[in-house]
Ligand binder design. Sequence first.
Ligand code: HPA
Length: 293
Amino acid sequence: MTFSVVAQVRESIGVIESAIGRVQAPIGLILGSGLGALANEIESSRSLSYHHIPHLPMSTVPGHDGRMVVGRWHGRDIIAMAGRIHRYEGHEPSLVAFPVQLLAAMGVHTLAVTNAAGAVNPAFAPGELMLISDHLNLTSGNPLIGMNDERIGPRFPDMTVAYDAGLRRRAIEIAKGHGLALREGVYAGVLGPSYETPAEIRMLRSMGADAVGMSTVPEVIAARHVGLRVLGLSCLTNMGAGMTGGLLDHEEVKHVAGAATRSMIDLLAALVSDLDDASIRHDAIARFRTATS
Ligand code: HPA
């Protein structure tokens, strides 16, 4: 399977470029629930529905768009994936990796991934943003299972600093400068689509998780495999199951995510406009670019 990724990426890029012209950008965004609004702020934008992009399925989740938007944002060229592919929709983990591999082939070296998540840390509150410092892969899968294609990345990619330390430092400084409360913690990625039980939330807390969600982890593994620099941001939409008297509800999750959209966009905008190139692994990504061009 994995051996065909290079060919699939090439085919997708061919279709994208014949529809909207040449696409090359150093910054990629994968937008989670409620953050589709960011894509509307991209200037001189060109966009294409996933429907027209070979190998990309449409999102089946309400609140998730399904289009690639390319343009200028806060002085930088970016490619935003508005709408993500989740494992729980029935997709193979390798398919969840595909948009990330596509972005890498189109010139992206820095990937920001956003999501909605439940707070597991009792000190955190709904509506707050959390910078992801590390993750727990509890999705019972891995997007890299199968034959490894060395043109994409190594068989055993290092995950010691999956979320770039320099980008995290900058995010914390920027949040301070903007008077924005930014939490930092470990994101537990689970399969879903059912929310957790209270017992599972207690288990996650004892494992060191600060937040839990149903996305991001497979994308970040794929991003590290191909050598991208990653920033992860969660919008905490609710307390984990059993932590309050109430029940969990997707409508409420969407509502809180929507209300936090502005601060999430402002933080990302400030980060994007002053990105430095210090920790970019140009050497790691170059092989894949050459293979897919
Ligand atoms: N659990 C898992 N995923 C989520 C949650 C949650 O509590 N909230 C938003 N996404």
